[in-house]
Design a protein around this ligand. Structure first.
Ligand SMILES: [Zn+2]
Length: 161
């Protein structure tokens, strides 16, 4: 039961406050939405391609270009991180190169030691070897990102042709 404070009477009185209508607003029917395979936005689905939003489904050339651009950026990222890592390795002094070889061998023969080095590198600890390792890890992460993008591209190709 609603009560309203009556400022003249100095107390609450029964009845709804005419200044504050708290009846719920009528709900508009929610439009169906899809998380678009291409752009990733939750929008109204395309009528012919239900895995796409109406924007991507309505402009397939633009949707294909979006996919191609995403692949190109992932490939550029792999190239850049590879070049940064190899340049740093080439510029490394003999001590740093020896530490790198030890890490490289540990990956095959002592994976726990390699994992500890990776964890230290990812923690951000300052060290010339860990700086080099971070560049290598960035290259590896870019490669994994590219692999994920390529998997996504295959799924997009099923819809975009
Ligand atoms: Zn879309």
């Amino acid at each position: 039961m609603h009560k309203t404070f009556d400022f003249y009477a100095g107390t609450y009185v029964p009845g709804a406050d005419p200044l504050f209508d708290d009846t719920p607003a009528p709900q508009a029917a929610a439009a169906p939405r899809v998380t678009c395979l291409v752009c990733g936005l939750a929008l109204e689905p395309d009528a012919e391609r239900p895995r796409l939003c109406h924007v991507c489904g309505g402009d397939l050339p633009a949707a294909r270009a979006f996919v191609v651009n995403k692949v190109l950026w992932a490939e550029i990222s792999v190239e850049r991180t590879h070049d940064a890592w190899t340049a740093a390795l080439d510029a490394a002094d003999t001590d740093l190169q020896a530490r790198w070889r030890a890490f490289y061998e540990a990956q095959a023969y002592d994976p726990e030691k390699a994992a500890r080095a990776i964890a230290m590198a990812r923690s951000g600890r300052a060290d010339p070897f860990l700086d080099l390792l971070r560049l290598f890890l960035a290259y590896q992460d870019a490669g994994e990102q590219l692999a994920q993008v390529n998997t996504w591209v295959d799924r997009c190709a099923e819809v975009l042709g």
